[in-house]
Design a protein around this ligand. Structure first.
Ligand code: URP
Ligand code: ZN
Ligand code: ZN
Length: 461
């Protein structure tokens, strides 16, 4: 008889390439077998997954923990953010080492890796380059040696993080040498600042006017410019938080020309619309890019349904309602972003799988397999296969929940989805063989999360 420490039986195993009834055997921190549903297994513990989906642990490739940006730092720590991640079925996060003005990107990476040692789940890290200088190739090679093969660049946030196109091309070229991937926040800053000046003149610079301060054209022009850089250098590129169907279409068209280009969107761009900015607490939904109007959201959803969006990341930024409200009268001063690492899987499952718009396999591709591939973590993360880490989510596809901040674990007092009823919720979560959510109860495993070094990123090649 096959032996293991834990056996998960009775459920429908789902990966990005197949799904069906199967028994998963775990030995130590790895999956040791994926067997026929009827296989007999001798294990100390059985997790009954009858009626459930058994998914690979979610991989959230866009997570800002304790993010210092401008005058504000998000409220959470690696410990609280990763407890929230686990509670929501995400077992690997990828955070960012974002330098403040004048800081050395490698020193910031070392500091972030030290801070991340309190993580409850595994983590990887993106580097970030925010000031052009002659050391870009050396910095990128040092990142790769440290297990970091993704570097985030911003085309906006002047005086904080913004870089120009020559810098984008230099980073792309250097990353190509190490089989890495450039992550880009694409918004044309000149158009953003022009729109902000216009909004100020019109008395609409507060949170309720946010959508008008960062226009669709700013996002789409920056995406086109950066795709030009990718085409010119022959390097791959990944666009974070795409919020418009036009931005996704630009990526798809570039892909048809042979550019290795990838599109990430976020649960909020796929489900929430700019009518949120009519709420008296409009600031809670201020993020960059902003939420778009309902018809744009519907068209973006269609792109995801058609298979044109590659990943869904949370862009988790755990500010609380007091921080968000402090400068609600001026979006140039207030903190951008919203909490979401814990709600990513249920919100996306509800919107697309429970409603019958995409398959469970495609859901796994968007939330686990592709993020793992595009961060050099696959197949250790993002799938259910012998040898992979034992990161599993026993997910009830029929459970309905009303999202409320008080029942979540993230270090904030509000959720952008407050009051939303969703269908589909994680029941039991295993993280490298530990049961960290047990039939709904979170069991804090302590600071056991490990840094996962990124291997070469070859997807789409
Ligand atoms: O509004 C956002 N997205 N804030 C977080 C920083 C970023 O741009 O990703
Ligand atoms: Zn961004
Ligand atoms: Zn972000």
């Amino acid at each position: 008889m096959i032996k293991g420490d834990i056996v998960v039986r009775g459920g429908t195993v789902v990966t990005d390439s197949w799904s069906g009834p199967a028994t998963v055997v775990i030995s130590g921190d790895r999956i040791s077998g994926v067997l026929d549903g009827a296989a007999e297994v001798d294990a100390a513990r059985t997790v009954d997954a009858t009626g459930m989906l058994v998914l690979p642990g979610g991989v959230d490739a866009h997570c800002h923990v304790g993010l210092p940006l401008g005058a504000y730092t998000t409220r959470d720590t690696f410990s609280s953010a990763t407890i929230g991640a686990l509670a929501g079925g995400t077992t690997t996060i990828v955070d960012f080492a974002i330098p403040g003005p004048g800081e050395d990107p490698l020193a910031v990476l070392r500091r972030r890796l030290a801070e991340a040692e309190t993580s409850r789940c595994d983590y990887a890290m993106h580097g970030c380059i925010s000031s052009p200088d002659g050391s870009i190739p050396a910095t990128v090679h040092a990142f790769a040696e440290a297990g970091v093969r993704t570097v985030k660049l911003f085309t906006t946030y002047r005086d904080l993080l913004m870089v120009d196109l020559p810098t984008v091309r230099q980073v792309m070229t250097a990353l190509s040498d190490v089989d890495g991937l450039t992550y880009v926040h694409a918004e044309a800053n000149d158009l953003v600042e022009e729109a902000q000046r216009e909004a100020e003149r019109a008395g609409r610079i507060g949170a309720s006017g946010h959508a008008g301060t960062r226009p669709v054209a700013a996002e789409e022009r920056a995406v086109a410019d950066v795709l030009g850089a990718a085409e010119h250098t022959g390097a791959p590129v990944y666009f974070v938080h795409q919020s418009t169907p036009g931005a996704v279409d630009l990526v798809v068209a570039a892909r048809q020309r042979g550019v290795r280009a990838f599109s990430e969107s976020c649960p909020h761009y796929l489900t929430l619309a700019a009518d949120r900015y009519a709420d008296p607490a409009a600031e809670r939904w201020v993020c960059c890019p902003p939420l778009r109007d309902r018809s744009t959201v519907d068209e973006l959803d269609r792109r995801l349904e058609m298979g044109f969006v590659d990943t869904v990341g949370s862009d988790h930024c755990c500010y609380d309602s007091v921080q968000k409200a402090e400068h609600a009268d001026d979006v140039r001063q207030m903190p951008n972003g919203m909490p979401g690492v814990e709600t990513r899987l249920p919100v996306v499952f509800d919107r697309f799988v429970a409603s019958g718009r995409i398959s469970a396999e495609r859901f796994v591709a968007l939330t686990a397999a592709m993020p793992a591939r595009l961060n050099g973590l696959y197949p250790r993360k993002g799938t259910i296969a012998p040898g992979s880490d034992a990161d599993l989510v026993v997910f009830d596809p029929a459970a309905t929940r009303v999202v409320t901040a008080g029942a979540l674990h993230m270090q904030t007092d509000y959720s952008p989805y407050e009051g939303r009823e969703v269908t589909g919720w994680p029941v039991t979560v295993l993280s490298r063989g530990r049961v960290v959510v047990d039939r709904g109860a979170v069991r804090d495993p302590g600071p056991v999360g490990e840094f996962v070094a990124a291997g070469p990123i070859t997807a789409g090649g």
